[in-house]
Structures are given as structure tokens and as C-alpha cells.
Design a protein around this ligand. Sequence first.
Ligand code: GFB
Length: 316
Amino acid sequence: MSATPLSREATVYVAGHHGLVGSAIVRHLRAQGFTNVVGARSAEVDLRDPAAVQAWFEKVRPTVVVDAAARVGGILANSQSPVEFLSDNLRMQLNLIDTAHRFDVERLLFLGSSCIYPKFAEQPIREDSLLTGKLEETNDAYAVAKIAGITQVDAYRREYGRRWISAMPTNLYGPGDNFDLQKSHVLPALMSKFHTAAVEKHSQVVVWGTGTPRREFLHTDDLAAACLFLLEHYDEPGPINVGVGEDLEIREIAQIVADVTGFTGELVFDTSKPDGTPRKLLDISRLTGLGWKPTITISDGIRSTYDWYLANVAQA
Ligand code: GFB
């Protein structure tokens, strides 16, 4: 598809604008000259409530919608609360997407996750491996909700000609993450654990699982840039992967975080905690083929995220 620039005056509604992903998208859109980027906190507009979503759209009348609203969490939160991860995500995305259709939204970007792909998908994971095998059990509820979202977006394209798209980011990190040890993803959890251990001079840090699963990490500033790029350069059904094209073992990631935080003690692996999927490296050739690539290296990204953590969380 040739480039179709969005008007910088368009009303862009970023659902989930206060979260890790949504806040990065808002920053990027404003930096790129968008003058009418809107969002609402969940206390103001509960996306699980269809009437609240209808009233919000009546008020702001967006022409572009980015759906970065989701109940998210790390491996433990996903495996302990499958009902909430399924029900809340289905409700939020259903209300948003149906309402976007009623209000004739021109461009909509639905964000999913690399966990939609089969647990043992061929690596790197191509978009066409969707629904070709069993899902990873620790996050199947979340994955099914996200697969339903992709299907809904595609259904609107097929039945009503909507130029709406779905992007599947790999594991994400960046400023504004959730650092709660029970609910968070691995990177913020390790940052918090290693920081405390370095400051309090502990001799050991416990890392969950065997340390051998491999994960790919994308900084949310890169994801935000990819989202705008896709809205202006992509118009196809099905998911498109967004990643960096490289992954690391969890033990290697833990060592990078240890080095950044100044922790010099021992890493202990708690194998009573789940490993999750052994590997989920995305094939990003569809995206890079369109002319986009990530710019933030994992070491720079972890360093700057740790600086943000020190300024905003550790001190709090
Ligand atoms: O980031 P994470 O929670 O999610 O865990 P997933 C990745 C890997 O890091 C797993 C290990 O092998 C964990 O066992 N790990 C080591 C830790 N130490 C820790 C720790 O202190 N905290 C955490 N959280 N993990 C999630 C899905 O899967 O990824 C979601 O559950 C979503 O649905 C998200 O797709 C991107 O990569 O395993």
C-alpha cells in the first residue's frame, strides 16, 4: 500500500492512554504533530460498559482509534486470573470495535500480543502460523481474547469494508511499566528485584523458572513509532508482527539487568515457577519489508527504563 498520511488535526482516541503502551503512543503522536489526541481513564469511561463507550464516542467523535486498552500481566497473573484476562479483554475490545463501526471510524489499530501464536510454532513465528496449533497454557485465556479481537477487526473489513488493522507486538518494556512483583512481566520484575538487592546488598536474587526460555523485547517507544507507521502504510487483514528480530535467554536478560543495577551477587533459579512458552521470536519481515525497523537496543532500552524507574518508582 502506498503511504496514506493521517491528518495531524484528526481526533485520535488512544484507548488505554495511561498504560505502558498507550502512554508511549500518545507521546509519539504528539511528538509527530498530532494536535487532538484524546483518552479517558477507566474511572471516567469503563470500556467494559457499552453505554459508557457509546457516550464517550458521542463526546469525542474520533476518526482514528488505537486500541491499547487491555487487562495485561505477566506469566503468574495470567495463569492465576484466566477469567478476568478473558472476560475483561473480550468486553473492552468488543465494545470499542462495535462502537467504532457505529461512529464510522476511518482507521482503527487493534493491538494484540505474540502469545496468540501456538506454543510450539516454528521460529521465528510468521503471521500465518496463527491458529495452527495449541496455545501456551499459562496465557491461553488472554490469547483467545486477542485472537477474537483480530477476528472481529477482520470481520468488519470483510463485511463492511473497514480499513482496520491488527498489530502483534512481542514482549514489551519501557517507562510507566507495572513493577509489582506478582503481576508484572519479567523485565520490570527483575529490575525491581535487582535494584532492591543491590541497594540492600543481598547476596542472591531469585529468578523464576529455569532461566532457559527465550524472549524478544521491544521498547514501547519503538512500538509507538511502528503503530503510527502501520496506520499510515498498512491496510491488510490478519495480524502483522512488531518486534526486533532477536531474542535472549531469560538468564541473559537477568544478567543485563544485574549489571545495569549494579548487583554483583548470585542468580538463583526457582524452578517451582512456570517457564511458559519455550520461545516466541517473531518473524518481522512483513513489517521490515514495508520499510520500518526498530531503533532501540536492549541494553540502551533497559538502561533508560532503569533511569525512569529510579526517578519515578524507586524513590516513591
Ligand atoms: O514476562 P513474563 O511474565 O511473561 O515471563 P511471558 C517471561 C519469562 O521470564 C518466564 C521468567 O519464563 C518467567 O518464568 N521470569 C523470571 C519471570 N523471573 C521472573 C519474574 O520475576 N517475574 C516474571 N513475570 N517472570 C506473558 C503472557 O508471557 O507475556 C502474557 O503471560 C503476554 O499473556 C506477555 O503475552 C507479553 O512472556 O511468559
